[in-house]
Write a protein that binds this ligand. Structure first.
Ligand SMILES: [Zn+2]
Length: 106
């Protein structure tokens, strides 16, 4: 018996036609962890919004705010297209929680 009989096929680049979709879904699950560029976008949004929550207007810091996608990422063809300064706003943790909750209920 060879121990290698059931070894999975080696991955070949360019063969998987769902490759891009898989990557896209993975990004949605953990966007802030997987995209180093996201922090820059958050910082840029914070500065543009004057370190204020765009919903309630309270002052926020990087640690007490979220970068929120105005149009949900799923409305775009790719994560990159959704991730522009035009499509993000600064929300405090509370407002972001409220918004995510109401989006889930829709
Ligand atoms: Zn707020």
């Amino acid at each position: 018996m060879s121990p290698y009989v059931s070894r999975p096929m080696e991955y070949e680049a360019g063969q998987g036609k769902y490759l891009e979709d898989n990557e896209w879904e993975a990004d949605i699950r953990k966007p802030e962890k997987r995209r180093p560029g996201q922090m820059d976008l958050k910082q840029a949004a914070l500065e543009r919004d004057g370190h204020q929550c765009r919903n309630c207007g309270c002052l926020v810091l990087s640690e007490t705010s979220h970068v929120d996608h105005i149009k949900p990422v799923r409305k775009f063809a790719s994560f990159e297209q959704a991730n522009t300064l035009d499509n993000v706003q600064t929300l405090c943790l509370y407002c972001h929680k409220q918004k995510s909750r109401s989006e889930r209920e829709v």
